[in-house]
Design a protein around this ligand. Sequence first.
Ligand SMILES: C[S@@+](CC[C@H](N)C(=O)[O-])C[C@H]1O[C@@H](n2cnc3c(N)ncnc32)[C@H](O)[C@@H]1O
Length: 282
Amino acid sequence: MFIPGSLKFLSLVLSWFKTVTPRLKVLVRALQAEKKHSQLAKKGDESDVVDPIKYNSGFGYVDEEEDIRVAKYYFKRFNDTNFKIRPIEDYILYEHSISELSKIIQSGDVEKVVNFGVCWGYIDDLLAESFPEVDFIGIDRSPAVKKFNDGLFHKPNLSFLACDIMDYLDGETSLETTLFWHQRIGALLPQDFVEILYAELCRKKVKYIVGFEPHGISMALDDYFMMCPNNHKESVHFRSGMYSHNYMGILNDSGYRLSRCGYLKTAHKDSDYSILTYRAEK
Ligand SMILES: C[S@@+](CC[C@H](N)C(=O)[O-])C[C@H]1O[C@@H](n2cnc3c(N)ncnc32)[C@H](O)[C@@H]1O
């Protein structure tokens, strides 16, 4: 037998469920995602557990699991005593990057340093220690990489953000006293990504751009790729999914002036391989 009062109560309960259930689902999904990022940040090198984020950009690594695997690999390689005795790319490169970035920060006109594609945040941590009055931000789209870095580094002037670099820039209005740098990531990005990125940095008034990017004999050219001042030179395939870009031309077109440029020889196993190192100013 239907009682109108109970029917009203029942429909109230049903509509309450209808409103609350989607919110609960969102909350549960967010909690599950958090759990996965933490598991990825903590787990060993074996590929067990979890379902990592798949990136739809297709640039660089394909998913979060690969990003955290590389961050842990760099960490492990650097802290391996044999590695320090037998210096390979990272050790020489890190010393160079720290020295180049320090020189600019010491000039006194930098308040913020943004590292695009930070991966393992060792360099950022050392710099944050040396320059306590400057803010350091390490940006990496992988939440597991952020958790990994958050667990290792605790300087008050150093933070790690898990987001896409373009989303970060969208949220900023002016970065006038900012030094923006990237290392071993430009090579993974297509030409138009670098062009759009540098143009956006100019719009946000970023003062300095610094790059440390792989260079060597391009597989496509069978020769070294040479940069030139105008940006009518197409990027070429360097090797294994990497590009050589005409950073000099792209910077000029974006409103930057290249003020320093050179090649750093590391102990990379390929004799032609070096790191293109450059600084540009607005
Ligand atoms: C090759 S690693 C760079 C490693 C580090 N810079 C170094 O030299 O040791 C590239 C990193 O960039 C991050 N990345 C790639 N595309 C990105 C994007 N659009 N926004 C933010 N981070 C990104 C990846 O998650 C990855 O950890």
